[in-house]
Design a protein around this ligand. Sequence first.
Ligand code: ZN
Length: 496
Amino acid sequence: MGDTKKEFYERCLEIHDLQEAQQLLDWDQQVVMPRKGAEQRGNQQAALAGVLHAKIADPALGELITSLAAKKDLGPDLAADVREAKRARDRAVKIPAALVSEKAKACSLAQVAWEEAKGKNDFRSFKPHLVKIIDLTRRTAEAIGTETLYDALLDEFEPGMTEAALKTVFSDLRDRLVALFEKIQGGRDKPNQDALKRTYSAPGQEAFGRRIAADMGYDFDAGRLDRSAHPFTSGTFWDVRITTRYDEHFLSASLFGVFHETGHALYEQGLDPKRYRDPAGGSCSLGIHESQSRFWENLIGRSRPFWWHYFPHLKQAFPGILDGIALEDFYRAINVCQPSLIRVEADEVTYNLHIILRFELESALISGKLDAGELPGAWNEKMLSFLGIEPPSDQTGVLQDIHWSAGLIGYFPTYALGNLYAAQFMQTLRKDVPDLDKRLSEGKLSVVKDWLNQKIHRHGRLYLPGELCQTVTGKALAADASMTYLTEKFGEVYGF
Ligand code: ZN
């Protein structure tokens, strides 16, 4: 087995390094590249993608995988590596190269069309692009050959998850969230966000954000914080970069953005260094990744114990700005829950409803139950039934997100899965660390990071996401933990 194993890993690490180079080019494009460099960058990315595809699809790698997979007693790490290499290779081999490049071209045209359509509030001009993308996505899914077409799309982002399982969890979550949201709206105490809308200088926000990230355990010697239009995290292990954007008249955008991206970054920095470049050495899935960002952003960052310690520091960081605001006012301000049109601005309660709406629509589009032309109407109907509001325009409705124009169908559910995983992880952390609130109120954030490192980060892709959830929490994924958390928290804030 020695030589087979050695050659298998040699090929895998080369693939890993090329993928890291792709990510770095993408980071550069989003953060520092001059505007005129777009075409050159496109060529570089296309060249790299071609090399990478050839390496993954190489029959010699296929033979190594087959011969290793046939062996018994591989041990858990090698078995996971073979499974993950096989998953990546199966996708690469099953989807015809012509279809991949046709979809890439269609998406780059669609993204331009989407931006224009959004600017002009003109869904009709975007519709033919969407029809094309849905068709190409269906053909891609057919080539992969799972039980439902949507399963093939999900599998890319959340291995092991199925459309049927999502429907069960999400319909339960939807009904319970809609009921909770009604109670919140009828609550007798209504907090407001005024304190967050005073003037907070960008340099002040950056300094405070850096401090929070460092206290969370983010290693700035293995990362950096920059600005970008759309905040994101890029890289892995010893080079994990985060970005944010500053709004001087709304503190939450950058503050909670930094919590969020640092949560993603801690996952990458917390992976097992012995598994660097191995196929199963990376993060488990997008849903688990999102659980890490949401964990810090909401379960820690919007908690009272955290601010018991940090609120005086925040006041110091912005002298005079928070005068007259008590800790309790601030806590309530960061936990306002209200109906809103835009997903990325939604609060903890309504956010998942925005996601479930997209999931139900994508699932209907891919299965053929809904035509692209019926989409704006279906969108508005669901907004009304979930949140009681209707978008005045497609710009603030069906055209708001970039995902579908980028060919990312099956991606949205991972955002809500992240929230559900995060709530289950928190229940387990509380069992393991009964005095968690006390430690948080003393500013001891390392207790959280260490626990996440141990229970989640170090495992990489050893488990599929569903198995990881079961292993860490003792329970399968469900809406219960999230609903208990939200009901208790918002019941107290809104007084019901
Ligand atoms: Zn995220």
